[in-house]
Write a protein that binds this ligand. Structure first.
Ligand SMILES: Nc1nc2c(c(=O)[nH]1)N[C@H]1C(S)=C(S)[C@@H](COP(=O)(O)O)O[C@H]1N2
Ligand SMILES: [Mo]
Length: 171
């Protein structure tokens, strides 16, 4: 090959790699506060070693959403506030099809990630204006918009309302 051909070939190969290669792993700012939830597994972006740590600062940064809904646990309407699960997954670059949600009491369940794109599922940190404490199913509680979608009023989804959520594994 002549040198300009080699050069052109090199540039084309470079472009092809740039287009096809996955985004570079990003090191995100380290958590400042206490870890509320720790994510492990296939994260493109991490903020503590190979983990993703959600602290109160990150919750504020991602932005809290409000969800008013009845629950299978209590009577009447409850006002939850928290982050969208998909916002957390996007932040850490998690493209898994299933996550495993693990609680303080060792309760664990696999949840299909499509739930979080189909529905505005929250990781709630507040209930009726108060921070959730461990004694009231905190510090984090997975909450589905069950009033907005009749299909969510089902035992299969009730099982996914993990309270005392502390860890998320992804594969
Ligand atoms: N941390 C934690 N979350 C949990 C559970 C649990 O045992 N621990 N039980 C799940 C199940 S099986 C159901 S049906 C709902 C309601 O549980 P309850 O009937 O024990 O209130 O919460 C889900 N979330
Ligand atoms: Mo259950």
């Amino acid at each position: 090959m002549s040198s300009w051909r080699k050069y052109t070939f090199g540039v084309l190969v470079g472009l092809a790699i740039a287009v096809v290669a996955p985004a570079q792993a990003k090191e995100l700012p380290a958590p400042i506060g206490k870890a509320i939830i720790t994510l492990s597994g296939v994260l493109e972006n991490t903020n503590q070693g190979n983990l993703g740590v959600v602290d109160w600062d990150l919750v504020q940064q991602l932005g809290m959403h409000e969800l008013n809904t009845t629950t299978a646990f209590d009577k009447g309407m409850q006002k939850f506030r928290g982050v969208l699960v998909r916002d957390v997954l996007k932040y850490f670059g998690i493209k898994a099809s299933t996550i495993r949600a693990i609680a303080l009491d060792d309760y664990a369940i696999d949840i299909p990630v499509e739930d979080f794109y189909k529905y505005d599922v929250l990781i709630a940190f507040e209930l009726n204006g108060k921070r959730l404490r461990v004694r009231d199913k905190g510090p984090a509680w997975i909450v589905y918009p069950r009033d907005a979608h009749k299909g969510l009023q089902d035992k299969m989804f009730d099982d996914r309302w993990v309270w005392q959520l502390i860890r998320v594994e992804t594969k």
